[in-house]
Write a protein that binds this ligand. Structure first.
Ligand code: IMP
Length: 191
């Protein structure tokens, strides 16, 4: 089965292909001729995930799925959450986002946080969502050169490596997106 993944993020595409690639052909947006930005202006992670998948299904008539992710920090009442990409401004810079988050947490004892991903699958017009969560803490400093986004400052509970210090297989086994994609894989395999 061919499925288009509604993302322009090559890191996400690689991570998802590692989980689904042996069983399903995961097409990129370029593969289906979609070069425009996908809409994501909902005010929830679920809403953004649905918006991206629905846009692709409606405009390109392909079976597809989209993900949306937010980093929720307890001490900051769930910030940056759905605004994780634009936390430090419209330039969507991970360096700026990390700097802002570390400054807001300076001197705070509780650094617990979680990543939440919601994947929306639209197959034959039917819509199904899958959630993946990983709990952890925000480190004091960046560590590691792998991954992307907030990975260098996210230490999953029970691990001594940040997600940027893990291989992509290690990250996929425990991450928010990895968990959501494993649910997607199980759902599609059962069909
Ligand atoms: P989106 O799902 O692409 O909208 O991502 C929202 C924000 O979270 C962006 O700043 C991403 O860089 C960041 N993000 C998404 N997934 C991950 C991840 O797996 N690790 C670290 N940061 C992530």
């Amino acid at each position: 089965m061919k499925l288009c993944f509604a993302t322009n993020n090559d890191h996400k595409l690689m991570e998802v292909r590692e989980v689904l690639g042996d069983s399903f052909e995961v097409l990129s947006l370029k593969d289906v001729g979609c070069e425009e930005e996908l809409p994501e202006d909902a005010d929830t992670i679920e809403g953004n995930s649905l918006q991206k998948a629905q846009y692709l299904f409606d405009h390109y008539n392909v079976n597809c799925f989209a993900d949306d992710t937010g980093l929720e920090v307890q001490e900051l009442n769930g910030e940056p959450g759905v605004y994780s990409a634009r936390y430090a401004g419209a330039q969507r810079s991970s360096t700026d986002n990390i700097r802002l988050l570390l400054s807001k947490l300076e001197g705070k004892a509780d650094r617990s946080a979680r990543f939440k991903t919601v994947i929306t699958l639209i197959e034959g017009g039917e819509v199904v969502q899958f959630e993946g969560i990983v709990n952890g803490v925000i480190t004091e400093e960046e560590r590691g050169a792998g991954g992307f986004g907030y990975d260098p400052i996210f230490l999953p509970d029970g691990y001594s490596k940040t997600m940027a210090e893990m291989t992509s297989a290690e990250k996929n086994a425990i991450s928010h997106r990895g968990r959501a994609v494993q649910k997607l894989h199980a759902y599609l395999s059962d069909k």
